[in-house]
Each structure stands twice: as structure tokens, then as C-alpha cells.
Ligand binder design. Structure first.
Ligand SMILES: N[C@@H](CCC(=O)N[C@@H](CS)C(=O)NCC(=O)O)C(=O)O
Length: 209
């Protein structure tokens, strides 16, 4: 497998997942267009939009964080990162993943863009307050989002807070859960691996956009 990765981006959490699962994978540092306009599209990156993460496994190209998370977890079906097919926790696990990609990220984007109150968006997704309430309520009654152990669902949400803590709701229960997630040895290993990769990221050609 090869992971196309850019430093401190949505592919960082895939580095973390690879460490959790102890899966071998070649990491290919690529440039991406950064929010501040720096960087540029990398011709080596097979992602159709020039984004990261992108994963290749033999002939297969897998893009979109959730698809990559599921693909990698399926390589180690006995790990605790993903409940097995038919397990009672499988449904909640899939729900958190789908909710993250289909609702959480869009609503956070609307919120920071200042359009979260738009009635059409609110009807389709609900708003930041509802998101915060769901996470706070869940974490007030349990240590992890699914079952009684850390899973890829926790990794997904916790890794969003690495870029900006305000992406997640504030409050003690969320802080405590976040600390539990970030204290994992695999997270520390991923952090070190990413730091070592940072210098290998190509600068990106503006002309290549
Ligand atoms: N929905 C995609 C989003 C991927 C994404 O937007 N990645 C950012 C990095 S965090 C990127 O590659 N941006 C470069 C660009 O927009 O050209 C996923 O979750 O995989």
C-alpha cells in the first residue's frame, strides 16, 4: 500500500491509524494547495482532485477519509479499531463515521464560513449547537464513542482537534476524552513519523495548479 500524504493535513490521521493497526505502508509525501495559497497540486498524487489522503493498494485507488479508514481497518479485522460485521457495535461505529463525513465536517465548515444559520443548510444538516450537544452527551456517559474501547471513530474526531481544538465542543468531558485519545502510544509514534516526513514534502509548483 502507498499513502499519499501532506504534512499536517487530513492524511495525518491516516498515519495515526496505520500506527494503531501496525500496518506496513509506503508513505509518499506530496504537495497540496494550502489554504494560504502556498503549495500546489502534485503530479505524483493520483487523487482526482489533487487532495490528500489518497491510498493505493495494488490496482485499487481509495480516496475520501472514511473509505480509507474502513479499507485499512478491514486489513486487520481482529483489531479493536473496528467492530466486526454483525457485531452489535458495528452499526454505531458506521454511524459515527458517516456522521463525521456527511454532517460534522460540512456543518463545521458552514459554521466557520458564517453561513450555519442558513435555513436550507440548517434543514439539511442541523447546526453547530446540535453537533456539540450530541458529542458532549455521548462523552458524558462513556469513555469512548463506541463500546468500551478506543476505535477508529474516536481517532477520526480526535484528530480533527489536532488542527484546531475549537472544531470540537468545549467542556471537561470532551477535554478528558481528547487527552485519552492523544495519549495513545500510536499517536505519539505517528507524530514522530510525520515530523520526520515533513522535510521531504515537495514545495509544490504554482504553475502546476
Ligand atoms: N473529503 C476529503 C477532503 C480531503 C481534503 O480536503 N484534503 C485537504 C487537506 S486537509 C487537501 O488535500 N487540500 C488540497 C486542495 O484542496 O487542493 C476527505 O475527507 O478525504
Amino acid at each position: 500500500m502507498r499513502l499519499f500524504h501532506a504534512n499536517l493535513s487530513r492524511s495525518s490521521r491516516i498515519l495515526w491509524l496505520l500506527e494503531e493497526l501496525e500496518l506496513p505502508c509506503e508513505i509518499v509525501p506530496v504537495s497540496i494547495i494550502r489554504r494560504d495559497g502556498s503549495g500546489g497540486r502534485d503530479p505524483r498524487n493520483p487523487h482526482p482532485d489533487g487532495k490528500v489522503p489518497a491510498l493505493t493498494d495494488g490496482e485499487a485507488l481509495i480516496t475520501e477519509t472514511i473509505a480509507i479508514v474502513q479499507w485499512l481497518c478491514e486489513q486487520k479485522p481482529d483489531s479493536t479499531l473496528m467492530p466486526t460485521v454483525g457485531h452489535p457495535q458495528r452499526g454505531p461505529w458506521l454511524t459515527w463515521l458517516a456522521w463525521y463525513a456527511g454532517v460534522y465536517e460540512p456543518v463545521i465548515g458552514f459554521h466557520f464560513a458564517g453561513v450555519g444559520d442558513n435555513p436550507v443548510l440548517y434543514a439539511g444538516f442541523r447546526g453547530r449547537a446540535e453537533l456539540d450537544e450530541r458529542l458532549r452527551k455521548t462523552l458524558a456517559s462513556r469513555d469512548w464513542l463506541v463500546g468500551d474501547t478506543f476505535s477508529a471513530a474516536d481517532l477520526l474526531f480526535a484528530s480533527a482537534a489536532i488542527w484546531a481544538r475549537e472544531i470540537l465542543p468545549d467542556g471537561d468531558v470532551v477535554d478528558a476524552w481528547l487527552q485519552r485519545c492523544l495519549a495513545r502510544p500510536a499517536r505519539k509514534r505517528a507524530e514522530q513519523r510525520e515530523a520526520a516526513l515533513a522535510s521531504q514534502e515537495p514545495p509544490g509548483e504554482r504553475a502546476g495548479r
